[in-house]
Design a protein around this ligand. Structure first.
Ligand SMILES: Nc1ncnc2c1ncn2[C@@H]1O[C@H](COP(=O)(O)OP(=O)(O)OP(=O)(O)O)[C@@H](O)[C@H]1O
Length: 273
């Protein structure tokens, strides 16, 4: 177990609780991303109308696609309990990466290993359904996250209160404004007691009062030793919250390191594109 301690020393350390045995599925790393690439196919021709579209098919499928590489050879790992930032200019692949971590998108190549329960909190509100009411969505999300019916009912009021949506608990999600939607999604995600929280830029959609409530909540989650992957253009909050981060540009990692340093490198990149 530990060469330097010797066998007896190692057993003593274990007995004294100074070292912990590693159980299956329990490692230093919560997330390991290895050489991940993701490509999208973008149609070359624009079909203005359905008729144009049909004509294209009848004439022998004039369909050609351009392959666009959204992520290329991306590798990094996030330690258990770490708050890890993902920054970079618009369209550099941040959300695509988060969707891959959430299991919403699959990479074309490479591997992703996640250890723990992931609560995605993305722009799409993964795990939410527009035809269901707020309460039904809370139950659905809770069930997806493996909470019992009893646990979900216990958290229901807290979620609605934090999101300030008690009055709208029986309204279908499709009638929610985007801000209301984000509030419900965030409140539900954090109450689902995740090991890993994926936070995309979406928080900025909530009003100022809600954003003020969210920042300390994220800090609480961080202090509780949870792993957070935080995608943001708000570089000040990335510096404050994250220990390390990656800078993406055109789908590739250009810098990986301490958050302060990587944010500085991003500023330099913006000054000299
Ligand atoms: N489903 C898709 N089909 C085709 N292209 C896509 C798809 N999803 C994303 N892309 C493209 O992949 C690239 C990366 O998009 P992504 O949303 O990951 O960027 P981002 O870094 O999150 O951008 P932003 O900061 O603007 O939110 C973009 O050029 C985008 O147009």
């Amino acid at each position: 177990m530990n060469g330097a301690l010797g066998e007896l020393g190692a057993i003593r350390a274990l007995a004294n609780g100074k070292v912990r045995l590693r159980r299956d599925g329990e490692g230093e790393e919560a997330i390991v991303v290895e050489d991940v690439s993701k490509r999208f196919r973008i149609p070359r021709q624009k079909k203005a109308t359905f008729y144009d579209h049909l004509l294209g098919v009848v004439r022998g499928g004039s369909y050609t696609y351009e392959v666009f590489s959204a992520l290329e050879g991306v590798s990094f790992s996030v330690r258990r309990g770490e708050t890890f930032g993902v920054i970079g200019p618009n369209g550099c692949g941040k959300s695509t990466l988060l969707k891959i971590l959430a299991g919403v998108l699959y990479p074309d190549s490479g591997r992703v290993r996640i250890e723990g329960k992931v609560a995605p909190f993305l722009e799409l509100g993964v795990g939410f359904h527009p035809e269901l009411t707020a309460i039904e969505n809370i139950r659905l999300y809770g069930a997806i996250m493996g909470l019992s019916r009893h646990q979900i009912e216990g958290k229901r009021e807290e979620i609605l209160e934090f999101a300030d949506l008690k009055r709208f608990e029986s309204m279908k999600l499709k009638n929610f404004s985007s801000g209301m939607y984000v509030k419900l999604a965030f409140a539900t995600a954090i109450e689902a007691d995740p090991d890993i929280l994926l936070v995309d830029e979406v928080l900025s959609v909530g009003d100022e009062a809600f954003q003020k409530k969210c920042a300390p909540k994220i800090e609480d989650i961080r202090r509780a030793g949870k792993t957070i992957v935080y995608v943001s253009h708000a570089l000040g909050s990335v510096r404050d919250l994250c220990e390390r981060c990656i800078l993406l540009n055109s789908g590739r990692i250009v810098d990986l390191g301490g958050a302060d340093w990587v944010v500085d490198e991003y500023y330099k990149m913006m000054d000299h594109p």
